[in-house]
Design a protein around this ligand. Structure first.
Ligand code: SF4
Length: 348
């Protein structure tokens, strides 16, 4: 579903029913140009489609130019408090900038940014954040934080739309799942622009991934959200992997192989966690996106429970069975496991 309108950044369509894009933000400071390029390369390889980078000082424009020239994916500069930085970022080849129109040095500064963006066909992302809601926004929303987030987006959006600039992506983020969900549902009802969705400051590891999956899962399952970032404390690549895992779970996009495995119970015949690690290490490059490989603890329930898998392995009293779409295709003892599995995976 997605937004009614779409925008293009570096030739890639956002919104208008395009696949939900996966974004991340560089954690390396722009001062470290080589580090930024290395992080960006890893993100692109993992499937990141738009990378945001903080651009806090005009003196870093050389590094930003190098990044935009060498990046295999579009770059969005994140700007605060100075419209000149936005102009510099556009000049450095960024296909998009994230700004707060309220702190771009008044109407004249904002108009300069809009005019530069228009002439370069660049996209502007605006949006609100739960952490920066003002007392006035909260008060005028009756202390309803979701409404205040919407109001804050509207305050930023109206000057752009009034100036005839509509190549925008909007966002309303909070570290609260219910707030973020309601704010984005309201925005999707009211505006046709592509929505960037995410739970901000979601946290580290499992907690961060779960919080993001719950919030983004609710939104994306209703067709709300056109581009997503999973904000995690930790490696940026984990943000991209988690974003694809969320989309895979919702049946929206498949990237790479989906490994499913049973939780184990008293019927298990093999060490499932150990086998998962082994199977992962045996997966050849280039398996089609969406290939499903199952690792199940027993042959009694395993093949049935994972009947949809393209290839599955289940433990037996004597070793294992390999099955395809629930049907046994090979059996073996523990010693031949690696060889048989590798030959089947090669043929996938
Ligand atoms: S596949 Fe077998 S071992 Fe795994 S959870 Fe199901 S019944 Fe238990």
């Amino acid at each position: 579903m997605g937004s009614a309108k779409s925008v293009k950044i570096g030739g890639l369509v956002f919104g208008g029913g395009a696949p939900v894009r996966v974004e991340s933000m560089l954690k390396t400071p722009l001062e470290d140009a080589d580090g930024c390029l290395a992080e960006l390369g890893g993100l692109a390889e993992a499937g990141c489609e738009l990378v945001r980078v903080a651009f806090p000082r005009e003196e870093l424009r050389g590094n930003l130019s190098e990044l935009t020239q060498k990046s295999p994916i579009p770059v969005m500069a994140d700007i605060h408090f100075n419209y000149r930085y936005a102009l510099a970022a556009l000049d450095c080849g960024c296909g998009s900038v994230r700004i707060n129109p309220g702190n771009m040095g008044g109407r004249d500064g904002l108009m300069e940014v809009l005019s530069a963006a228009k002439s370069l066909s660049a996209v502007i992302r605006i949006g609100s954040n739960g952490g920066s809601l003002s007392a006035k926004q909260l008060e005028s929303s009756g202390d309803d934080r979701a409404l205040a987030l919407v109001k804050a987006v509207e305050e930023q959006l109206i000057p752009l739309v009034d100036a005839g600039f509509e190549d925008v992506i909007i966002s309303a983020k909070s570290s609260s799942v219910p707030e973020t969900v309601r704010a984005n549902a309201l925005l999707a009802q009211r505006y046709p622009f592509p929505l960037h969705v995410g739970i901000t400051e979601a946290g580290p590891g499992v907690d961060g991934a779960v919080k993001s999956a719950v919030g983004l899962g609710v939104l994306l399952s209703q067709g709300i959200g056109d581009t997503m970032r999973v904000s995690l404390t930790g490696e940026s690549k984990a943000e991209v992997d988690t974003a694809y895992a969320i989309q895979r779970a919702l049946g929206l996009r498949q990237r790479g192989v989906e490994l499913i495995s049973c939780p184990c119970c008293g019927r298990r015949r093999i060490d499932v966690p150990e086998l998962v690690v082994k199977v992962k290490s045996l997966l050849p490059e280039g398996l089609p996106d969406g290939t499903t490989i199952a690792v199940m603890g027993c042959e009694v329930n395993g093949p049935k429970e994972a009947a949809a898998a393209d290839l599955g392995i289940a433990g037996t009293a004597k070793g294992f069975v390999l099955f395809k779409k629930g049907k046994t295709v090979a059996t073996g003892g523990e010693d031949d496991l690696e060889e048989i599995l590798a030959s089947f995976l090669e043929g996938q």
